[in-house]
Write a protein that binds this ligand. Sequence first.
Ligand code: SAM
Length: 209
Amino acid sequence: MRLRNVKNAQEILDSCAFLIKNPKEYKGKYKDLFANNNPICLEIGMGKGDFIKQMAQNYPNINFIGVEKMTSILARAIQNLTPCHLPNVKVMRVDALELQQIFSCEISTIYLNFSDPWPKSRHAKRRLTSEIFLNIYDDIFKDTKTIIQKTDNVPLFESSIISLTNHGYKIEDISLDLHQTPKENYMTEYEKKFAKENIKINYLKATKK
Ligand SMILES: C[S@@+](CC[C@H](N)C(=O)[O-])C[C@H]1O[C@@H](n2cnc3c(N)ncnc32)[C@H](O)[C@@H]1O
């Protein structure tokens, strides 16, 4: 996601009440942070937060945590989410590589929306569905592991199917043209842009017991 540096980004993060400032301290205790036993879902690479905002509004009994590694982008997400006052949303500025140090068997679903495709094979390890990340996710899921991916990028989608299947996931649901498939769907910022350009969206839901 391209974004000019947001000048006061760090101040926006510092004054945000729903930013988890010290995420490692809550490892194994995220239900206490939300003060309920509702499922906890992550969106990794949340961008400006459009998806998580709509999900949290429509599913008040599910907790959502937005994970974003870029300070400026997270600042924009915070500005987007703040007026909504959603008690079931928190955000953290974290690289997904650190998630094992932050969560312990407490996540129900991971959403990967329009993740960076890393097209060069020498960068394949950086894809959020590479073996490295799937091993990290194994440790943070609670029981049944569920990953839901949307992408315009066909090579990333194909490599995700191979990687997920090799890792023991079953592809439960798939669409090569999500917007022509009757399914509940909340659009992300990138997705809205692609929809305007009539670019097909690939969707999958993968689970592992
Ligand atoms: C292409 S954008 C998509 C944003 C949003 N999900 C959407 O669909 O509009 C990918 C986002 O993922 C973030 N990202 C990429 N790798 C990440 C990682 N390892 N950990 C956390 N965030 C990451 C980027 O900073 C960027 O904001």
